[in-house]
Design a protein around this ligand. Structure first.
Ligand SMILES: [Zn+2]
Length: 276
């Protein structure tokens, strides 16, 4: 399971290519599935009067999609100045190398293996391409290399797969760890409470205009699932697949392999905290 993302839990909403905030435009990739919802959101972010745009998550290796992203940038009278990755899952990152080739840009990511060029990306970094201000926020948990990007001018945050436009995300054990994920959600909550962020621009699914509500929903959902897993273990369910069958009975079976990754992450967390 590498394209890990969505599990049910939130109302359905519409998603489409087009402007989302003053500085962010979505180009929806043609890779819809149970795990990627409507497809991957490739974000183009730019200052209104700038000739340079930043592209976040070029998406799958699909030439028509990559060219559609470039067309959208050029229709705005700009060219691509920099490519960023929220994390290395192929539905976000697989097309990055080809996109960099088509645009002559560098790719910056937390994971050195995904970079093109010598610049990394990490906590405290601020992207300033074309006068834009994007602050790098480490949000490990879905994967170890997950990052979010705070766009203060639009009071928005680009969350990759850390928060989705609907449903909940997978903690992709063993790379993803639940303790990290909960810390990341709290970090995002502080962006909404202390920094006035109110819009989530997710890696899949529709834009969320109540960022704090979304974070609170995710934290409550994780606490609820964790309690269910703990109860299932106390009831005698021992293996991850037994726990999945007990806890994720309300989820379509096609998503159980993804749910099992989250269950493994939850069992690890409970064991580390001496709770089972
Ligand atoms: Zn992912």
């Amino acid at each position: 399971m590498t394209d890990a993302t969505a599990l049910p839990g939130q109302p359905r909403g519409a998603v489409a290519s087009g402007p989302a905030t003053a500085r962010a435009v979505n180009v929806l990739a043609p890779n819809p599935s149970a795990m990627t919802l409507d497809g991957t959101n490739t974000w183009i972010v730019a200052e209104p009067d700038s000739a340079l745009a930043v592209v976040i998550d070029p998406g799958p290796l699909d030439d028509a999609h990559l060219r559609a992203v470039i067309d959208a940038v050029e229709r705005g009278g700009r060219r691509v100045g920099l490519t960023l990755l929220t994390h290395g899952h192929p539905d976000h990152a697989e097309g990055a190398g080809r996109f960099a080739e088509l645009t002559g840009t560098r790719v910056r990511a937390l994971d050195a293996a995904l970079r093109l060029g010598d610049e990394g990306l990490g906590a405290g970094d601020v992207i300033t391409t074309g006068g834009l201000e994007l602050r790098v926020v480490p949000t490990p948990g879905h994967t170890a290399d997950s990052l979010s990007f705070h766009l203060p001018a639009d009071r928005a945050v680009l969350t990759g797969d850390t928060i989705l436009g609907r449903g909940t995300t997978v903690v992709a054990h063993p790379d993803g760890r639940l303790g990290d994920y909960l810390d990341s959600l709290r970090r995002l909550r502080s962006l909404t409470v202390d920094d006035g962020v109110h819009t989530v621009l997710p890696g899949h699914g529709p834009v969320l205009e109540d960022a704090q509500g979304a974070v609170e929903f995710y934290l409550a959902h994780r606490a609820h699932r964790l309690a269910q897993v703990e109860t299932a273990v106390e009831a005698g369910h021992r293996t991850p697949s037994e726990v999945v069958a007990a806890v994720y009975a309300d989820v379509d079976r096609s998503l159980w392999p993804a749910a099992e990754l989250s269950v493994r992450a939850q069992l690890e967390y409970l064991a580390e905290h001496g709770l089972i």
